[in-house]
Design a protein around this ligand. Sequence first.
Ligand SMILES: Nc1nc2c(ncn2[C@@H]2O[C@H](COP(=O)(O)OP(=O)(O)OP(=O)(O)O)[C@@H](O)[C@H]2O)c(=O)[nH]1
Ligand SMILES: [Mg+2]
Length: 592
Amino acid sequence: MFVVATAGHVDHGKSTLVRALTGMEPDRWAEERRRGMTIDLGFAWTTLPSGATVAFVDVPGHERFVPNMLAGVGPVPAALIVVAADEGWMPQSAEHLAALDALGVAYGLLAVTRADLADPGPATARARAEIAATSLGAVPAVAVSGLTGAGLPELRAALDRLAAQLPAPVVDDPVRLWVDRSFTVRGSGTVVTGTLGGGRLRVGDELELAGADEPVRVRGLHCLGEARPEAAAVARVAVNLRGTPRDRLGRGDALLTPGRFHHTDLVDVRLTGDPAGDLPATLTLHVGSAAVPVRVRPLGPDTVRLRLARPLPLLVGDRALLRDPGRHHVSGGVRVLDVAPPPLGRRGAAAARSQVLAELDGRPDLAGELRRRRLIRAGALIRMGVPVPTGRDSPAWAASVAGDWLADPAHWRQLGERLTEEVARHAREHPLEPGMPVDALRQRLALPDRVLVEALVRPPLRIHAGRVGAASANALPEPVALAVSRVRAEYGDRPFRAPEADRLVDLGLGPREIGAAVRAGALLRLADNVVLLPDALDDAVRVLAGLPQPFTLSAARQALDTTRRVAVPLLELLDRRGATRRLPDDARIVVT
Ligand SMILES: Nc1nc2c(ncn2[C@@H]2O[C@H](COP(=O)(O)OP(=O)(O)OP(=O)(O)O)[C@@H](O)[C@H]2O)c(=O)[nH]1
Ligand SMILES: [Mg+2]
Protein backbone atom coordinates (compact mmCIF):
# COMPACT_ATOMS: atom_id res chain seq x y z
CA MET A 1 0.00 0.00 0.00
CA PHE A 2 1.12 3.54 -0.49
CA VAL A 3 -0.44 6.66 0.88
CA VAL A 4 -0.92 9.96 -0.92
CA ALA A 5 -2.30 13.17 0.50
CA THR A 6 -4.19 15.62 -1.68
CA ALA A 7 -3.31 19.32 -1.67
CA GLY A 8 -4.78 22.38 -3.30
CA HIS A 9 -7.06 25.38 -3.09
CA VAL A 10 -10.66 25.16 -1.92
CA ASP A 11 -13.16 23.86 -4.50
CA HIS A 12 -10.49 22.84 -7.01
CA GLY A 13 -11.91 19.32 -7.17
CA LYS A 14 -9.74 17.27 -4.79
CA SER A 15 -12.60 15.30 -3.25
CA THR A 16 -14.33 14.89 -6.59
CA LEU A 17 -11.15 13.41 -8.01
CA VAL A 18 -10.66 11.03 -5.06
CA ARG A 19 -14.29 9.97 -5.38
CA ALA A 20 -13.86 9.37 -9.14
CA LEU A 21 -10.69 7.32 -8.58
CA THR A 22 -11.91 5.21 -5.67
CA GLY A 23 -15.67 5.17 -5.78
CA MET A 24 -15.57 6.07 -2.09
CA GLU A 25 -16.87 9.19 -0.37
CA PRO A 26 -14.01 11.16 1.21
CA ASP A 27 -16.31 13.78 2.74
CA ARG A 28 -17.42 11.82 5.79
CA TRP A 29 -19.58 14.46 7.47
CA ALA A 30 -23.11 15.45 6.54
CA GLU A 31 -22.07 19.07 7.02
CA GLU A 32 -19.31 18.65 4.43
CA ARG A 33 -21.72 17.21 1.91
CA ARG A 34 -24.31 19.91 2.65
CA ARG A 35 -21.77 22.71 2.21
CA GLY A 36 -19.98 20.98 -0.68
CA MET A 37 -16.73 21.59 1.12
CA THR A 38 -14.21 19.41 2.91
CA ILE A 39 -13.70 20.41 6.53
CA ASP A 40 -11.72 17.54 7.97
CA LEU A 41 -9.55 14.77 6.58
CA GLY A 42 -11.18 12.11 4.39
CA PHE A 43 -9.93 8.62 3.65
CA ALA A 44 -10.47 6.48 0.54
CA TRP A 45 -8.54 3.82 -1.35
CA THR A 46 -8.41 1.84 -4.55
CA THR A 47 -6.39 -0.70 -6.49
CA LEU A 48 -4.24 0.61 -9.35
CA PRO A 49 -3.72 -1.17 -12.70
CA SER A 50 -0.47 -2.70 -11.41
CA GLY A 51 -2.33 -4.25 -8.48
CA ALA A 52 -0.79 -1.79 -5.99
CA THR A 53 -3.14 -0.26 -3.46
CA VAL A 54 -3.23 3.48 -3.04
CA ALA A 55 -4.85 5.11 -0.02
CA PHE A 56 -5.73 8.79 -0.17
CA VAL A 57 -5.79 11.23 2.67
CA ASP A 58 -8.08 13.92 1.27
CA VAL A 59 -7.49 17.32 2.81
CA PRO A 60 -9.61 20.47 2.97
CA GLY A 61 -8.57 23.40 0.81
CA HIS A 62 -10.26 26.21 2.70
CA GLU A 63 -7.78 28.52 4.44
CA ARG A 64 -9.58 28.10 7.76
CA PHE A 65 -8.84 24.38 7.76
CA VAL A 66 -5.14 24.49 6.97
CA PRO A 67 -4.34 22.96 10.41
CA ASN A 68 -6.46 19.91 9.44
CA MET A 69 -4.66 19.76 6.13
CA LEU A 70 -1.31 19.76 7.92
CA ALA A 71 -2.37 16.93 10.24
CA GLY A 72 -3.15 14.90 7.12
CA VAL A 73 0.04 15.56 5.16
CA GLY A 74 2.40 15.51 8.17
CA PRO A 75 2.95 11.75 8.23
CA VAL A 76 2.51 11.19 4.45
CA PRO A 77 5.52 11.20 2.09
CA ALA A 78 3.70 11.80 -1.25
CA ALA A 79 1.23 14.39 -2.51
CA LEU A 80 -1.35 14.74 -5.26
CA ILE A 81 -1.48 18.47 -5.94
CA VAL A 82 -4.78 19.54 -7.44
CA VAL A 83 -5.26 22.78 -9.39
CA ALA A 84 -8.47 23.72 -11.23
CA ALA A 85 -7.96 24.51 -14.91
CA ASP A 86 -10.53 27.31 -14.75
CA GLU A 87 -9.16 29.03 -11.65
CA GLY A 88 -5.46 28.39 -11.84
CA TRP A 89 -2.94 28.98 -9.07
CA MET A 90 -4.61 30.35 -5.92
CA PRO A 91 -3.55 31.31 -2.36
CA GLN A 92 -4.04 27.88 -0.79
CA SER A 93 -2.38 26.26 -3.81
CA ALA A 94 0.63 28.27 -2.68
CA GLU A 95 0.17 27.69 1.04
CA HIS A 96 -0.30 23.94 0.64
CA LEU A 97 2.75 23.76 -1.62
CA ALA A 98 4.76 25.77 0.93
CA ALA A 99 3.71 23.26 3.59
CA LEU A 100 4.78 20.28 1.47
CA ASP A 101 8.08 22.01 0.76
CA ALA A 102 8.61 22.81 4.43
CA LEU A 103 8.04 19.17 5.33
CA GLY A 104 10.46 18.14 2.60
CA VAL A 105 7.90 16.05 0.68
CA ALA A 106 9.82 14.80 -2.35
CA TYR A 107 7.26 12.72 -4.26
CA GLY A 108 4.20 14.05 -6.00
CA LEU A 109 1.94 14.46 -8.98
CA LEU A 110 0.03 17.40 -10.41
CA ALA A 111 -3.59 16.89 -11.43
CA VAL A 112 -5.17 19.80 -13.29
CA THR A 113 -8.87 19.23 -12.72
CA ARG A 114 -12.00 20.72 -14.20
CA ALA A 115 -10.26 20.37 -17.58
CA ASP A 116 -13.76 20.19 -19.11
CA LEU A 117 -14.32 23.82 -18.06
CA ALA A 118 -11.15 25.47 -19.39
CA ASP A 119 -7.90 24.85 -21.24
CA PRO A 120 -5.64 23.15 -18.67
CA GLY A 121 -2.48 24.51 -20.35
CA PRO A 122 -1.93 27.79 -18.46
CA ALA A 123 -2.80 26.34 -15.03
CA THR A 124 -0.48 23.39 -15.70
CA ALA A 125 2.42 25.62 -16.73
CA ARG A 126 2.08 27.91 -13.72
CA ALA A 127 1.68 25.05 -11.23
CA ARG A 128 4.61 23.07 -12.62
CA ALA A 129 6.83 26.13 -12.35
CA GLU A 130 5.79 26.74 -8.75
CA ILE A 131 6.25 23.08 -7.79
CA ALA A 132 9.61 22.78 -9.55
CA ALA A 133 11.06 25.34 -7.10
CA THR A 134 10.27 23.13 -4.07
CA SER A 135 11.37 19.86 -2.53
CA LEU A 136 9.05 18.10 -4.99
CA GLY A 137 11.03 19.24 -8.02
CA ALA A 138 9.71 18.45 -11.51
CA VAL A 139 6.52 16.42 -11.20
CA PRO A 140 4.40 14.67 -13.86
CA ALA A 141 1.17 16.52 -14.68
CA VAL A 142 -2.15 15.04 -15.82
CA ALA A 143 -5.21 16.97 -17.01
CA VAL A 144 -8.44 15.39 -15.74
CA SER A 145 -12.13 15.94 -15.33
CA GLY A 146 -13.84 14.52 -12.33
CA LEU A 147 -17.11 15.15 -14.13
CA THR A 148 -16.48 13.37 -17.47
CA GLY A 149 -13.78 10.99 -16.29
CA ALA A 150 -11.37 12.24 -18.95
CA GLY A 151 -7.72 11.73 -17.97
CA LEU A 152 -8.47 9.29 -15.14
CA PRO A 153 -6.70 6.30 -16.81
CA GLU A 154 -3.63 8.49 -17.32
CA LEU A 155 -3.78 9.62 -13.69
CA ARG A 156 -4.01 6.01 -12.49
CA ALA A 157 -0.98 5.11 -14.56
CA ALA A 158 0.89 8.11 -13.18
CA LEU A 159 0.00 7.04 -9.62
CA ASP A 160 1.38 3.59 -10.37
CA ARG A 161 4.66 5.10 -11.56
CA LEU A 162 4.79 7.25 -8.42
CA ALA A 163 4.24 4.19 -6.23
CA ALA A 164 7.16 2.45 -7.90
CA GLN A 165 9.45 5.39 -7.12
CA LEU A 166 8.75 5.63 -3.40
CA PRO A 167 11.53 4.43 -1.13
CA ALA A 168 10.85 1.15 0.65
CA PRO A 169 9.63 1.70 4.22
CA VAL A 170 11.81 0.53 7.09
CA VAL A 171 9.68 -2.13 8.75
CA ASP A 172 12.23 -2.69 11.56
CA ASP A 173 11.85 0.90 12.70
CA PRO A 174 10.06 1.56 15.96
CA VAL A 175 6.43 2.53 15.55
CA ARG A 176 5.38 6.15 15.86
CA LEU A 177 1.78 6.26 14.72
CA TRP A 178 0.49 9.83 14.69
CA VAL A 179 -3.21 9.67 15.42
CA ASP A 180 -5.40 11.59 13.00
CA ARG A 181 -8.80 10.35 14.19
CA SER A 182 -10.18 8.68 17.26
CA PHE A 183 -13.69 7.37 17.75
CA THR A 184 -15.65 4.73 19.60
CA VAL A 185 -17.04 1.60 18.03
CA ARG A 186 -19.93 0.06 19.91
CA GLY A 187 -18.77 -3.20 21.44
CA SER A 188 -15.09 -2.62 20.62
CA GLY A 189 -14.27 0.61 22.39
CA THR A 190 -11.72 3.16 21.30
CA VAL A 191 -10.34 3.13 17.75
CA VAL A 192 -7.66 5.44 16.39
CA THR A 193 -6.49 5.83 12.82
CA GLY A 194 -3.28 7.05 11.29
CA THR A 195 -0.69 6.59 8.59
CA LEU A 196 1.93 4.05 9.66
CA GLY A 197 5.12 5.39 8.07
CA GLY A 198 7.59 2.90 9.54
CA GLY A 199 7.63 -0.27 11.58
CA ARG A 200 5.04 -2.94 12.13
CA LEU A 201 1.96 -3.32 14.33
CA ARG A 202 0.50 -6.59 15.58
CA VAL A 203 -2.62 -7.47 17.48
CA GLY A 204 -1.56 -7.89 21.10
CA ASP A 205 1.29 -5.35 20.89
CA GLU A 206 1.84 -3.03 23.81
CA LEU A 207 2.37 0.57 22.85
CA GLU A 208 3.29 3.69 24.72
CA LEU A 209 1.00 6.68 24.76
CA ALA A 210 2.51 9.95 25.91
CA GLY A 211 1.15 10.98 29.27
CA ALA A 212 -0.33 7.55 30.06
CA ASP A 213 1.32 5.62 32.88
CA GLU A 214 0.29 2.24 31.57
CA PRO A 215 1.07 0.84 28.14
CA VAL A 216 -1.94 0.54 25.83
CA ARG A 217 -2.65 -2.77 24.13
CA VAL A 218 -3.66 -3.35 20.52
CA ARG A 219 -6.87 -5.31 20.60
CA GLY A 220 -7.61 -5.27 16.91
CA LEU A 221 -6.20 -3.87 13.65
CA HIS A 222 -7.86 -2.86 10.41
CA CYS A 223 -6.26 -1.86 7.15
CA LEU A 224 -8.59 -0.30 4.58
CA GLY A 225 -11.64 -1.75 6.26
CA GLU A 226 -10.34 -5.31 6.73
CA ALA A 227 -9.33 -6.92 10.01
CA ARG A 228 -5.67 -7.96 10.03
CA PRO A 229 -3.44 -9.70 12.57
CA GLU A 230 -0.61 -7.35 11.63
CA ALA A 231 0.14 -4.29 9.52
CA ALA A 232 3.52 -3.23 8.15
CA ALA A 233 4.43 0.24 6.94
CA VAL A 234 3.42 2.01 4.82
CA ALA A 235 -0.24 1.61 5.68
CA ARG A 236 -3.38 3.37 6.71
CA VAL A 237 -4.34 1.62 9.93
CA ALA A 238 -7.21 1.65 12.39
CA VAL A 239 -6.14 0.44 15.83
CA ASN A 240 -8.61 -0.79 18.42
CA LEU A 241 -7.17 -0.16 21.88
CA ARG A 242 -8.04 -2.27 24.86
CA GLY A 243 -9.12 -0.40 27.94
CA THR A 244 -8.21 3.07 26.75
CA PRO A 245 -11.01 5.59 27.16
CA ARG A 246 -11.76 7.59 24.05
CA ASP A 247 -11.03 10.91 25.74
CA ARG A 248 -7.49 9.81 26.56
CA LEU A 249 -6.27 10.36 23.04
CA GLY A 250 -6.99 12.14 19.82
CA ARG A 251 -5.42 13.89 16.86
CA GLY A 252 -1.82 14.84 17.54
CA ASP A 253 -1.17 12.03 19.99
CA ALA A 254 1.20 9.28 18.97
CA LEU A 255 1.25 5.56 19.69
CA LEU A 256 4.83 4.47 20.16
CA THR A 257 7.02 1.42 20.48
CA PRO A 258 7.66 1.49 24.24
CA GLY A 259 10.97 2.96 25.38
CA ARG A 260 12.09 4.08 21.94
CA PHE A 261 11.15 7.76 21.96
CA HIS A 262 12.26 10.73 23.96
CA HIS A 263 9.39 13.04 24.86
CA THR A 264 10.69 16.57 24.72
CA ASP A 265 9.36 20.08 25.09
CA LEU A 266 12.67 21.68 24.12
CA VAL A 267 14.34 21.26 20.75
CA ASP A 268 17.03 23.04 18.76
CA VAL A 269 16.22 23.13 15.05
CA ARG A 270 17.52 24.38 11.71
CA LEU A 271 15.11 26.52 9.68
CA THR A 272 14.56 26.02 5.98
CA GLY A 273 12.29 29.02 5.43
CA ASP A 274 12.20 32.51 6.92
CA PRO A 275 15.42 33.54 8.67
CA ALA A 276 15.49 33.23 12.47
CA GLY A 277 15.49 37.00 12.93
CA ASP A 278 12.18 37.38 11.05
CA LEU A 279 10.22 34.89 13.12
CA PRO A 280 7.69 36.09 15.67
CA ALA A 281 8.19 35.01 19.29
CA THR A 282 5.35 32.48 19.15
CA LEU A 283 4.35 30.15 16.32
CA THR A 284 2.67 26.78 15.87
CA LEU A 285 4.83 23.73 15.30
CA HIS A 286 3.22 21.08 13.09
CA VAL A 287 4.77 17.63 13.13
CA GLY A 288 3.08 14.37 12.30
CA SER A 289 -0.57 15.03 13.07
CA ALA A 290 0.31 17.30 16.01
CA ALA A 291 0.07 21.07 16.23
CA VAL A 292 1.69 22.64 19.27
CA PRO A 293 2.28 26.30 20.14
CA VAL A 294 5.98 27.08 20.54
CA ARG A 295 8.12 29.94 21.82
CA VAL A 296 10.95 30.77 19.48
CA ARG A 297 14.43 31.77 20.59
CA PRO A 298 16.86 32.53 17.77
CA LEU A 299 20.29 30.95 18.22
CA GLY A 300 21.90 31.83 14.90
CA PRO A 301 20.90 33.04 11.44
CA ASP A 302 19.02 29.82 10.64
CA THR A 303 18.88 28.00 13.99
CA VAL A 304 16.39 28.46 16.82
CA ARG A 305 15.42 26.88 20.11
CA LEU A 306 11.74 25.95 20.38
CA ARG A 307 9.96 25.62 23.72
CA LEU A 308 6.87 23.46 23.10
CA ALA A 309 3.63 23.97 25.01
CA ARG A 310 3.44 20.21 25.47
CA PRO A 311 6.07 17.49 24.99
CA LEU A 312 6.20 15.47 21.78
CA PRO A 313 8.05 12.28 20.86
CA LEU A 314 10.63 13.85 18.55
CA LEU A 315 13.82 12.44 17.05
CA VAL A 316 16.96 14.02 15.68
CA GLY A 317 16.39 14.55 11.96
CA ASP A 318 12.60 14.92 12.17
CA ARG A 319 11.05 17.35 9.70
CA ALA A 320 8.39 19.69 10.96
CA LEU A 321 6.78 22.96 10.00
CA LEU A 322 6.36 26.35 11.64
CA ARG A 323 3.25 28.32 10.87
CA ASP A 324 1.93 31.67 11.97
CA PRO A 325 -1.79 30.96 12.38
CA GLY A 326 -2.66 34.65 12.69
CA ARG A 327 -1.10 35.56 9.35
CA HIS A 328 -1.95 32.29 7.54
CA HIS A 329 1.71 32.05 6.78
CA VAL A 330 3.91 28.98 6.63
CA SER A 331 7.14 30.33 8.08
CA GLY A 332 9.04 27.36 6.79
CA GLY A 333 10.28 23.94 7.63
CA VAL A 334 12.46 22.88 10.48
CA ARG A 335 14.85 20.01 10.83
CA VAL A 336 15.34 18.80 14.38
CA LEU A 337 19.02 19.00 15.40
CA ASP A 338 18.80 18.18 19.11
CA VAL A 339 15.90 16.84 21.20
CA ALA A 340 17.72 17.13 24.55
CA PRO A 341 19.63 20.39 24.25
CA PRO A 342 21.65 21.83 27.14
CA PRO A 343 20.24 24.71 29.21
CA LEU A 344 21.57 28.15 28.34
CA GLY A 345 21.99 29.58 31.83
CA ARG A 346 25.56 30.85 31.79
CA ARG A 347 26.67 34.05 30.11
CA GLY A 348 27.84 33.34 26.60
CA ALA A 349 26.09 29.98 26.53
CA ALA A 350 23.73 31.04 23.73
CA ALA A 351 26.59 32.20 21.52
CA ALA A 352 28.51 28.99 22.14
CA ARG A 353 25.40 26.95 21.42
CA SER A 354 24.78 28.75 18.17
CA GLN A 355 28.30 27.74 17.06
CA VAL A 356 27.60 24.12 17.96
CA LEU A 357 24.30 24.20 16.04
CA ALA A 358 26.00 25.68 12.97
CA GLU A 359 27.92 22.39 12.70
CA LEU A 360 24.85 20.12 12.95
CA ASP A 361 22.74 19.01 10.02
CA GLY A 362 20.11 16.80 11.66
CA ARG A 363 21.77 13.58 10.59
CA PRO A 364 22.25 11.40 13.68
CA ASP A 365 25.96 11.39 14.53
CA LEU A 366 27.05 9.12 17.36
CA ALA A 367 30.65 10.36 17.61
CA GLY A 368 29.46 13.97 17.71
CA GLU A 369 26.83 13.21 20.35
CA LEU A 370 29.44 11.53 22.56
CA ARG A 371 31.84 14.45 22.11
CA ARG A 372 29.13 16.93 23.10
CA ARG A 373 27.43 14.92 25.85
CA ARG A 374 30.62 13.15 27.05
CA LEU A 375 28.75 10.46 28.96
CA ILE A 376 25.33 9.05 28.06
CA ARG A 377 23.40 5.81 28.12
CA ALA A 378 22.98 3.97 24.82
CA GLY A 379 19.24 3.78 25.50
CA ALA A 380 19.00 7.55 25.83
CA LEU A 381 20.74 8.06 22.48
CA ILE A 382 18.48 5.55 20.75
CA ARG A 383 15.45 7.37 22.17
CA MET A 384 16.77 10.57 20.60
CA GLY A 385 16.99 8.88 17.20
CA VAL A 386 20.76 8.29 17.27
CA PRO A 387 21.44 4.65 16.42
CA VAL A 388 24.11 2.89 18.49
CA PRO A 389 25.87 0.12 16.57
CA THR A 390 26.36 -3.15 18.38
CA GLY A 391 28.20 -6.31 17.55
CA ARG A 392 31.38 -6.84 15.60
CA ASP A 393 30.95 -3.98 13.17
CA SER A 394 30.74 -1.33 15.84
CA PRO A 395 33.85 0.79 16.36
CA ALA A 396 35.76 0.38 19.63
CA TRP A 397 34.96 3.91 20.77
CA ALA A 398 31.25 3.13 20.55
CA ALA A 399 31.55 0.24 23.01
CA SER A 400 30.01 0.81 26.41
CA VAL A 401 32.35 1.72 29.26
CA ALA A 402 30.07 0.29 31.95
CA GLY A 403 26.53 -1.09 31.81
CA ASP A 404 24.98 0.67 28.81
CA TRP A 405 26.98 3.87 29.36
CA LEU A 406 28.90 5.26 26.43
CA ALA A 407 31.66 7.81 26.84
CA ASP A 408 33.65 10.16 24.70
CA PRO A 409 37.08 8.46 24.71
CA ALA A 410 39.03 11.63 25.58
CA HIS A 411 36.64 12.46 28.43
CA TRP A 412 36.84 8.92 29.76
CA ARG A 413 40.65 9.02 29.83
CA GLN A 414 40.51 12.32 31.68
CA LEU A 415 38.07 10.89 34.24
CA GLY A 416 40.48 8.00 34.87
CA GLU A 417 43.26 10.47 35.59
CA ARG A 418 41.10 12.56 37.87
CA LEU A 419 40.02 9.47 39.77
CA THR A 420 43.65 8.55 40.48
CA GLU A 421 44.34 12.10 41.69
CA GLU A 422 41.30 12.14 43.95
CA VAL A 423 42.22 8.80 45.53
CA ALA A 424 45.79 10.00 46.15
CA ARG A 425 44.56 13.27 47.65
CA HIS A 426 42.13 11.42 49.90
CA ALA A 427 44.94 9.13 51.07
CA ARG A 428 47.06 12.17 51.99
CA GLU A 429 44.22 13.84 53.88
CA HIS A 430 42.96 10.69 55.59
CA PRO A 431 46.02 8.50 56.06
CA LEU A 432 44.18 6.16 58.41
CA GLU A 433 41.34 5.35 56.06
CA PRO A 434 41.73 2.35 53.79
CA GLY A 435 40.87 4.21 50.54
CA MET A 436 38.21 6.62 49.34
CA PRO A 437 34.55 5.58 49.48
CA VAL A 438 33.14 4.84 46.01
CA ASP A 439 30.24 7.18 46.55
CA ALA A 440 32.45 10.08 47.62
CA LEU A 441 34.42 9.56 44.41
CA ARG A 442 31.23 9.44 42.37
CA GLN A 443 30.26 12.82 43.80
CA ARG A 444 33.75 14.36 43.35
CA LEU A 445 33.80 13.34 39.70
CA ALA A 446 30.14 14.32 39.26
CA LEU A 447 29.33 10.91 37.78
CA PRO A 448 25.67 9.90 37.49
CA ASP A 449 26.17 6.21 38.26
CA ARG A 450 28.33 4.16 40.65
CA VAL A 451 29.14 1.61 37.96
CA LEU A 452 31.08 4.34 36.17
CA VAL A 453 33.38 4.77 39.19
CA GLU A 454 33.83 1.03 39.37
CA ALA A 455 34.70 0.87 35.68
CA LEU A 456 37.30 3.63 36.07
CA VAL A 457 39.22 1.81 38.79
CA ARG A 458 42.32 0.14 37.30
CA PRO A 459 45.25 -1.61 38.99
CA PRO A 460 47.15 -0.76 41.10
CA LEU A 461 43.93 0.80 42.43
CA ARG A 462 41.21 -1.57 43.47
CA ILE A 463 37.87 -1.57 45.21
CA HIS A 464 37.71 -3.19 48.60
CA ALA A 465 34.74 -2.99 50.96
CA GLY A 466 33.21 -0.06 49.05
CA ARG A 467 36.43 1.96 48.97
CA VAL A 468 38.93 2.72 46.27
CA GLY A 469 42.58 2.55 47.28
CA ALA A 470 45.93 1.19 46.32
CA ALA A 471 45.98 -2.60 46.40
CA SER A 472 47.88 -2.46 49.71
CA ALA A 473 45.45 0.03 51.21
CA ASN A 474 43.99 -2.31 53.77
CA ALA A 475 47.43 -2.90 55.22
CA LEU A 476 47.53 -0.69 58.29
CA PRO A 477 49.66 2.39 58.64
CA GLU A 478 52.86 1.33 60.35
CA PRO A 479 52.28 2.79 63.86
CA VAL A 480 48.82 1.20 64.05
CA ALA A 481 50.08 -2.14 62.80
CA LEU A 482 52.79 -2.01 65.50
CA ALA A 483 50.31 -1.20 68.26
CA VAL A 484 48.03 -4.07 67.19
CA SER A 485 50.91 -6.49 67.20
CA ARG A 486 51.73 -5.35 70.79
CA VAL A 487 48.12 -6.03 71.81
CA ARG A 488 48.47 -9.48 70.26
CA ALA A 489 51.70 -10.07 72.11
CA GLU A 490 50.29 -8.91 75.49
CA TYR A 491 46.78 -10.40 75.32
CA GLY A 492 47.19 -13.36 72.98
CA ASP A 493 47.09 -15.87 75.86
CA ARG A 494 44.11 -14.23 77.63
CA PRO A 495 42.04 -13.36 74.61
CA PHE A 496 38.99 -12.08 76.57
CA ARG A 497 40.88 -9.48 78.54
CA ALA A 498 40.55 -6.11 76.83
CA PRO A 499 43.28 -3.49 77.35
CA GLU A 500 42.14 -0.78 79.78
CA ALA A 501 41.55 2.70 78.39
CA ASP A 502 44.85 4.07 79.70
CA ARG A 503 46.74 1.11 78.29
CA LEU A 504 45.22 1.85 74.88
CA VAL A 505 46.52 5.41 75.18
CA ASP A 506 49.96 4.09 76.07
CA LEU A 507 49.90 1.88 72.98
CA GLY A 508 49.01 4.91 70.83
CA LEU A 509 45.55 3.54 69.99
CA GLY A 510 43.23 6.58 69.94
CA PRO A 511 39.72 6.41 68.41
CA ARG A 512 41.00 7.09 64.85
CA GLU A 513 43.67 4.40 65.07
CA ILE A 514 41.20 1.94 66.55
CA GLY A 515 38.76 2.76 63.76
CA ALA A 516 41.45 2.08 61.15
CA ALA A 517 42.42 -1.23 62.78
CA VAL A 518 38.76 -2.29 63.02
CA ARG A 519 38.12 -1.46 59.34
CA ALA A 520 41.21 -3.44 58.40
CA GLY A 521 39.93 -6.37 60.44
CA ALA A 522 42.89 -6.27 62.87
CA LEU A 523 40.82 -5.48 65.99
CA LEU A 524 37.27 -6.17 67.10
CA ARG A 525 35.44 -3.28 68.78
CA LEU A 526 32.87 -4.30 71.42
CA ALA A 527 32.20 -0.81 72.76
CA ASP A 528 34.03 2.49 73.01
CA ASN A 529 37.53 1.70 74.17
CA VAL A 530 36.72 -2.01 74.51
CA VAL A 531 38.62 -3.98 71.88
CA LEU A 532 39.61 -7.59 71.48
CA LEU A 533 41.64 -9.46 68.92
CA PRO A 534 39.35 -10.53 66.10
CA ASP A 535 39.65 -14.31 66.65
CA ALA A 536 38.18 -13.84 70.17
CA LEU A 537 34.62 -14.34 68.92
CA ASP A 538 35.04 -17.88 67.68
CA ASP A 539 37.06 -18.78 70.77
CA ALA A 540 34.31 -17.39 73.02
CA VAL A 541 31.63 -19.50 71.33
CA ARG A 542 33.77 -22.61 71.81
CA VAL A 543 34.27 -21.88 75.52
CA LEU A 544 30.59 -21.07 76.12
CA ALA A 545 29.43 -24.20 74.31
CA GLY A 546 31.38 -26.18 76.94
CA LEU A 547 29.19 -24.76 79.76
CA PRO A 548 26.02 -26.42 81.04
CA GLN A 549 23.20 -24.80 79.04
CA PRO A 550 21.63 -22.38 79.66
CA PHE A 551 24.32 -20.32 81.36
CA THR A 552 24.25 -17.02 83.25
CA LEU A 553 26.27 -13.88 82.60
CA SER A 554 28.35 -14.60 85.67
CA ALA A 555 29.07 -18.20 84.59
CA ALA A 556 30.15 -16.88 81.18
CA ARG A 557 32.35 -14.21 82.75
CA GLN A 558 34.11 -16.83 84.84
CA ALA A 559 34.54 -19.33 82.03
CA LEU A 560 35.99 -16.63 79.76
CA ASP A 561 38.17 -15.34 82.58
CA THR A 562 37.14 -11.75 82.00
CA THR A 563 35.30 -8.78 83.48
CA ARG A 564 31.75 -7.51 83.09
CA ARG A 565 33.21 -4.66 80.96
CA VAL A 566 33.99 -7.25 78.29
CA ALA A 567 31.45 -10.00 78.99
CA VAL A 568 28.31 -7.83 78.66
CA PRO A 569 29.04 -6.34 75.18
CA LEU A 570 30.65 -9.61 74.03
CA LEU A 571 27.51 -11.63 74.79
CA GLU A 572 25.35 -8.92 73.21
CA LEU A 573 27.45 -9.11 70.06
CA LEU A 574 27.14 -12.91 70.04
CA ASP A 575 23.36 -12.51 70.44
CA ARG A 576 23.25 -10.11 67.49
CA ARG A 577 25.23 -12.48 65.35
CA GLY A 578 22.94 -15.36 66.31
CA ALA A 579 25.71 -17.38 68.00
CA THR A 580 23.93 -17.20 71.37
CA ARG A 581 20.33 -16.62 72.35
CA ARG A 582 19.12 -14.71 75.36
CA LEU A 583 16.26 -16.39 77.21
CA PRO A 584 13.46 -14.53 79.07
CA ASP A 585 15.20 -15.11 82.44
CA ASP A 586 18.42 -13.46 81.08
CA ALA A 587 20.25 -16.77 80.89
CA ARG A 588 21.65 -17.74 77.49
CA ILE A 589 22.21 -20.77 75.33
CA VAL A 590 24.70 -21.30 72.52
CA VAL A 591 22.82 -21.77 69.27
CA THR A 592 24.09 -24.86 67.51
N1 LIG B 1 -17.08 20.61 -14.20
C1 LIG B 1 -16.34 20.08 -13.24
N2 LIG B 1 -16.64 20.33 -11.99
C2 LIG B 1 -15.85 19.78 -11.03
C3 LIG B 1 -14.75 18.96 -11.34
N3 LIG B 1 -14.15 18.59 -10.18
C4 LIG B 1 -14.89 19.16 -9.21
N4 LIG B 1 -15.89 19.87 -9.69
C5 LIG B 1 -16.86 20.63 -8.92
O1 LIG B 1 -16.17 21.61 -8.15
C6 LIG B 1 -16.76 21.77 -6.86
C7 LIG B 1 -15.76 21.52 -5.79
O2 LIG B 1 -15.30 20.19 -5.86
P1 LIG B 1 -14.68 19.44 -4.61
O3 LIG B 1 -14.22 18.14 -5.10
O4 LIG B 1 -15.60 19.49 -3.49
O5 LIG B 1 -13.46 20.40 -4.35
P2 LIG B 1 -12.40 20.24 -3.19
O6 LIG B 1 -11.08 20.60 -3.76
O7 LIG B 1 -12.50 18.90 -2.57
O8 LIG B 1 -12.85 21.37 -2.19
P3 LIG B 1 -12.44 21.49 -0.64
O9 LIG B 1 -12.31 20.11 -0.14
O10 LIG B 1 -13.48 22.26 0.05
O11 LIG B 1 -11.14 22.18 -0.65
C8 LIG B 1 -17.92 20.78 -6.85
O12 LIG B 1 -19.11 21.45 -7.15
C9 LIG B 1 -17.57 19.79 -7.92
O13 LIG B 1 -18.71 19.20 -8.50
C10 LIG B 1 -14.47 18.73 -12.71
O14 LIG B 1 -13.50 18.06 -13.08
N5 LIG B 1 -15.30 19.30 -13.64
MG1 LIG C 1 -12.75 18.35 -0.67
